[in-house]
Design a protein around this ligand. Structure first.
Ligand SMILES: NC(=O)c1ccc[n+]([C@@H]2O[C@H](COP(=O)([O-])OP(=O)(O)OC[C@H]3O[C@@H](n4cnc5c(N)ncnc54)[C@H](OP(=O)(O)O)[C@@H]3O)[C@@H](O)[C@H]2O)c1
Length: 237
């Protein structure tokens, strides 16, 4: 083979750098269920990094109250208005309300990049365990319910306690990002990367979201044993 053969390392070098991510600084991020711990934590970190963030709630006044508590230009709105006004919409409602919330916002979410961070978990006296959604995962349920949206999944393994801790400047963790379209995955990777200490890593298509969502049950076990707020790092990349 000569160096001009397409399968040589020289030809590979022409591929796009996997860490050459798009500029997402101008995109508006909405957080549905943003009045909860995870939503408020993500809203705080993203807004602090300079992102325009709108917190969504079933009640606009609750959203406004949460937004006022965060500052950094965060706004509050009811979930529908939040979805309508955002480019990227993070779903941060409990698994119990997941399907109903998405079904009711199908129209507002058309064409949006929807980022699901919902972990379907059960709890009993032995601790947390993974539930098995009929569609395979929360993310696949979202994709099934929102055929006209661009669904990705990310932010499952973050500790809401650390996200909300204003004494911490950095969050030391990787964020596994799943999705079907490379361009959408890269937008979410770039969004995660705006938060100091955080790195977004492509982790497969939505059919592999179940393992990522379920892993939170293991992290909860780690946290209980070691009194920690554990995150994840993917090595050798
Ligand atoms: N907490 C964490 O550390 C963490 C980390 C990673 C991922 N997650 C995932 O993020 C999601 C949110 O977690 P969280 O701890 O923030 O939950 P949460 O506080 O229980 O709920 C978040 C918000 O969702 C809204 N909500 C509650 N029940 C609802 C329902 N039946 N239908 C629609 N909306 C409802 C509420 O807002 P309004 O009443 O204002 O509408 C609530 O403030 C979960 O799916 C979780 O698996 C959490």
């Amino acid at each position: 083979m000569t160096s001009s053969t397409p399968s040589t390392p020289a030809a590979k070098a022409a591929q796009k750098d996997p860490w050459d991510l798009p500029d997402v600084s101008g995109l508006v991020v909405g957080v549905l269920g943003g009045t909860g711990d995870q939503g408020r934590g993500l809203a705080y970190r993203l807004a602090k990094a300079g992102q325009k963030v709108i917190i969504g709630s079933r009640a606009a006044d609750r959203a406004q109250e949460a937004a006022d508590g965060i500052g950094h230009g965060v706004e509050g709105a009811d979930n529908a208005d939040c979805a309508r006004r955002s480019d990227i919409v993070i779903i941060a409602v409990p698994w119990d309300g997941h399907a109903k919330t998405l079904e009711s916002l199908r129209e507002e979410l058309v064409g949006k990049l929807v980022v699901d961070c919902v972990n379907p978990l059960g709890f009993d006296k032995k601790g947390a365990y993974a539930l098995k959604p009929e569609e395979g995962s929360a993310a696949e349920q979202a994709a099934a319910l929102l055929p006209d949206s661009r669904v990705a999944a990310a932010f499952h393994h973050l500790s809401a306690v650390l996200l909300q801790d204003t004494s911490l400047e950095e969050i030391d963790t990787d964020v596994m990002v799943l999705g079907e379209e490379r361009a959408d995955v890269e937008i979410v990777q770039a969004l995660a990367g705006r938060i100091p200490g955080m790195r977004g890593v492509f982790a497969g298509r939505l059919r592999n979201a179940h393992q990522v969502e379920s892993l939170v049950a293991n992290l909860i076990s780690v946290n209980r044993r070691y009194k920690a707020h554990a995150g994840l790092r993917v090595t050798d990349i």
